[in-house]
Ligand binder design. Structure first.
Ligand code: NAD
Ligand code: ZN
Length: 256
């Protein structure tokens, strides 16, 4: 085997000995699947104006603009496939190496890669939810209605307001999911924060919570984050490649 950097050996070692490792992922794990992140140049924020939740609730124009943007983004999501990073994390869950995965992503790629214990802090773009009767629907036919008829689809059950099952700015995070994410973080002995700029709370608070309770913190991200000073190890580089190397070392250790 070629020489592996000592931080990678260290992380593989921590992973092998951990009893309750938790992973937090952000948009950076999905850029290698062709889904742009928010803050990088060309990312979502440089292209669209934000439709806040209040505007969505109050105004038909706001709802139209929201659906227009979401349907345009849908193309990236619908075609995307999990990449090496998603696959490694799914294998770690199957092997009992990680307790679960908390994600800020809404693309559903962790589940497509086979991860089962996933907490989606910001919901999922693969479904729509009715704000009035709470019914949920597969997103595909609704996107098709919008694109064919250029109108916002109504809830088939109650005629109410349909929105992607994701959390908009100004909208509350699902309290049960957030509570569970907090619990996992408190009980973690190792947290890997992967592909998140760690500036959006409450997700960005989770590594701090884990650390306060004595967990080791590993940050894997291309750019620096505000939590870097807290980290026990930091890897900068492409996520898919780095996770693949850690996985290789980890399996070499455990003889699997
Ligand atoms: P972010 O855009 O703020 O940060 C992504 C980070 O990933 C950046 O710091 C960047 O340096 C890093 N990165 C990007 N590609 C990388 C790669 N290949 N290897 C290593 N590092 C890489 O994303 P965020 O912190 O997740 O927060 C933005 C919000 O946007 C989230 O709340 C999420 O809901 C939403 N979002 C989701 C998706 C998705 O579901 N795929 C995409 C865009 C935005
Ligand atoms: Zn309804």
């Amino acid at each position: 085997m070629t020489r592996v950097p000592p931080e990678i050996e260290q992380i593989a070692d921590w992973l092998a000995s951990s009893r309750s490792a938790v992973v937090l992922t952000g948009a950076g794990i999905s850029t290698e699947s062709g889904i742009p992140d928010f803050r990088s140049p060309g990312g979502v924020w440089s292209k669209y104006r934000t439709v806040y939740f209040d505007e969505f609730l109050a105004s038909p124009d706001g709802r139209y603009e929201y659906w227009r943007q979401k349907c345009e983004m849908h193309r990236d999501f619908a075609a995307a496939q999990p990449n090496a990073g998603h696959r490694v994390l799914s294998r770690w869950e199957t092997a009992g190496r990680i307790h679960g995965l908390i994600t800020q992503n809404i693309d559903g790629l962790h589940q497509l890669a086979g991860s089962r214990r996933v907490l989606e802090l910001h919901g999922t773009a693969r479904q729509a939810a009715c704000l009035d009767c709470r019914a949920r629907y597969d997103i595909e036919p609704l996107v098709a209605i919008f694109l064919a008829e250029m109108r916002v689809p109504d809830c088939p059950e109650c005629g109410g307001r349909l929105k992607h099952a994701t959390i908009s700015f100004g909208q509350m995070l699902p309290p049960d999911v957030l509570m569970e994410a907090n619990r996992w973080s408190r009980e973690a002995d190792l947290m890997l924060a992967i592909g998140s700029s760690l500036v959006v709370t409450p997700a960005a608070d989770l590594p701090r919570i884990a650390k306060d309770r004595g967990a080791r913190l590993v940050i894997i991200n291309r750019d620096p984050t505000p939590l870097d000073p807290l980290a026990d190890a930091i890897l900068r580089g492409p996520i898919g490649e780095l996770l693949t190397v850690i996985n290789g070392v980890f399996h070499a250790y455990s003889g699997k």
